[in-house]
Design a protein around this ligand. Structure first.
Ligand code: 13P
Length: 245
């Protein structure tokens, strides 16, 4: 086993990324989750839901004690002529405390470069949002044996330095929504490299097909301080056991 560097000191975080899923009816799902997390209340883990932006304010209005809110993206600028976009300050205003930046779906479908991701991360910090910086390699890069170098380079291109409260999520692109996960040894190797490139108190999450059945094994890997969960965060029946794992 690679030496565990500081896992014990880092508060865990389980974040759900709803992506483009969720209508007002789905507030019932998150209410069920909040109620279930009340008893017994997991006190060593932060639970965050990142719903579509339209649901941040309605969820905030429900005033859950057990669930924090995050946005899935923000603009680099504070305001201006950017039709359809939302600034970090607006998301904060709506009730978000966290903001995902650099998700591979944004990098792929919206052409976000490392530079854009870096600017979004800075915008999130400026608005007092905790950024969740996503990094991850595609299958070709993994098969070429370049996963660690590629992901660490991605991280370094956007990470503003230790002590800024940034969360980092390692999400291998080939594991997202595919039912495949990286194996414990692959996750351990990557997270050891990310730990080296960040700091002992940076929260390092794993994401990519995390489910109730594999969460405990993944969360037991050295330097894994939590998970970023897509599909399995949409239902309280799936998300609750992941939080409790
Ligand atoms: O992209 C993800 C979370 O941001 C992972 O999604 P899945 O858990 O659906 O694979």
């Amino acid at each position: 086993m690679i030496q565990n560097m500081g896992d014990g000191d880092v508060r865990r975080l389980i974040a759900g990324n709803w992506k483009m899923n969720g209508l007002e009816d789905d507030l019932a799902e998150v209410t069920t989750l909040a109620q279930r997390l009340e008893t017994p209340r997991p006190d060593n883990v932060d639970v965050v839901i990142c719903p579509p932006a339209t649901l941040i304010a309605p969820m905030h209005a429900l005033q859950f004690d057990t669930i924090g809110l995050g946005a899935q993206d923000c603009h680099t600028e504070e305001s201006g002529a950017y039709t359809g976009d939302l600034s970090a300050a607006m998301l904060r205003d709506a009730g978000a405390c966290y903001c995902i930046v650099g998700h591979s779906e944004r990098r792929d479908y919206h052409g976000e470069t490392d530079e854009v991701v870096k600017a979004k991360l800075a915008a999130a910090l400026k608005a007092d949002l905790i950024p969740i910086l996503c990094v991850g390699e595609n299958l070709e890069t993994r098969e070429a044996g370049k996963a660690v170098d590629t992901v660490v380079a991605q991280l370094k291109a956007a990470f503003p330095g230790a002590g800024k409260g940034v969360v980092v999520a390692y999400e291998p692109i080939w594991a997202i929504g595919t039912g495949k996960t990286a194996g414990p040894a692959e996750i351990e190797e990557m997270h050891a490299a990310l730990r080296q490139a960040t700091s002992p108190d940076t929260r390092l999450l794993y994401g990519g097909s995390v489910k109730p059945g594999n969460a405990a094994e993944i969360l037991a890997v050295s330097n894994v301080n939590g998970a970023l969960v897509g599909g399995a965060s949409l239902k309280a029946d799936d998300f609750e056991p992941i939080v409790r794992a």
